[in-house]
Design a protein around this ligand. Structure first.
Ligand code: SAH
Length: 375
């Protein structure tokens, strides 16, 4: 919502940076209705779009020769038209005996992004990127340091998820074949700053097969620095994904530095928008809080956060700061982390400490930099 005293037009954060090379169209860029239109524009009957969506989302089958309901001589050209390959694997790095895997992807114009696949006993989660780089400039996050290269298209986002679903189904991960159960928008980029593409990809994830992957909205988490206009738009969509807000401190003074967009939307406004989201969807939201030694881990800040959150439908995720190149900041002492947790719990605020999966392969929160030279 714009305010009369605010000279900066808010839709600035939705502006697309210029594309250097046009991204090929893919069925995952469109709604089911849009896909039928797309087929017609290609001079094909609309039902072909549904068949291709079925191969893509239901069967996860990239091999045109397996598409028995498409005439053999058309399969290759259908593959190119409906499901051109938009991301190419450059390298995978694994840790945790193969249960965590970071993939580096090259997009059609050479731009690099990363995703991380994590298998747990009860679920398998992919953490995906919504932008190449990020424009939010949070000083403790590696992704922000190089700035924003460009937005990803809906299909480029979806391709990361479909690739993860294929990996799960193929049995490549230790433990044998499994189903991709969770998707988190916690890789590179600020999802709310690429709203339309992210929204289309959310539909692709949650729409039942054959229109989408049929993953339940509650198993999808969208994490944001707190772009209030984006949170408000998402609230209006009626899609109950889990909302995570990267708060990192309860006071505006420090948050102006840690999460610079705070100069536009203050802590209270962000929390009110998240409250409205929780109210509308019935879903508890998460507050992410990277604990940085002697910066935001003081007991008074835990008290302030406890007071702010005690009557809200929110859960706190404390994240021990992951190291990033060139940063002088480091994770809190274990005793300070424990005290911070204890204080929050004393206010009745549900709090967990997030694991640091993938840290040794630079695949944990805030470490994705997608350089060819990285580990
Ligand atoms: N732009 C979105 C999505 C990124 S999600 C957002 O900021 O929410 C990645 C999460 O990891 C965010 O909560 C982010 O603040 C956090 N993070 C960034 N750098 C980190 C670091 N070095 N250590 C721990 N968490 C970090």
């Amino acid at each position: 919502m714009s305010r009369p005293d605010e000279p900066t037009p808010i839709n600035l954060v939705f502006d697309e940076p210029p594309q250097r090379k046009k991204i090929p169209k893919h069925l995952a860029d469109f709604s089911p209705e849009g896909r039928r239109e797309f087929a017609k524009e290609l001079g094909l009957p609309a039902f072909r779009a549904g068949q291709m969506a079925n191969h893509y989302f239901t069967h996860l089958s990239p091999d045109p020769q397996s598409w028995s309901d498409i005439p053999a001589e058309m399969r290759e050209s259908f593959a190119e038209k409906f499901t051109p390959s938009l991301i190419t694997l450059v390298r995978s790095v694994t840790c945790d005996n193969g249960m965590t895997r970071k993939d580096l992807w090259k997009l059609h114009d050479g731009v690099l992004v990363e995703s991380v696949l994590m298998r747990y006993t009860d679920r398998t989660t992919v953490c995906i990127s919504s932008q190449a780089g990020c424009g939010m400039d949070c000083p403790f996050c590696a992704t922000g340091q190089a700035g924003l290269t460009r937005n990803l298209s809906a299909a480029e986002i979806t391709e990361q998820i479909v690739a993860a679903a294929r990996t799960c189904a193929s049995g490549e991960l230790p433990g044998g074949p499994t189903r991709l159960s969770n998707v988190v928008f916690m890789g590179m980029g600020e999802p709310m700053a690429n709203y339309n593409a992210v929204m289309r990809s959310l539909r692709n994830i949650t729409d039942p097969t054959p229109d989408g992957l049929g993953i339940s909205a509650r198993s999808v988490t969208l994490s944001t620095v707190g772009l209030v206009n984006g949170i408000e738009k998402l609230t209006a969509e009626g899609l109950p994904v889990t909302l995570a807000v990267s708060l990192h401190t309860p006071d505006d003074e420090l948050r102006d530095t840690l999460v610079p967009i705070n100069s536009r939307w203050k802590v209270k406004e962000v929390l009110l928008a998240a409250d409205a989201y929780a109210e509308k969807t019935g879903r508890r939201y998460s507050i992410e809080y990277a604990l940085i030694r002697d910066i935001n881990d003081q007991t008074w800040r835990a008290d302030l956060l406890g007071r702010l959150l005690k009557n809200r439908n929110a859960h706190v995720n404390l994240i021990p700061l992951n190291p990033t190149p060139g940063s002088k900041w480091t994770a809190s002492r274990k005793e300070d982390e424990a005290e911070f947790l204890r204080i929050l719990e004393s206010y009745g605020v549900a709090t967990t400490v997030r694991d640091t999966r993938g840290r040794e392969i630079d695949g944990a929160c805030g470490q994705l930099a997608a350089a060819e030279s990285s580990k």
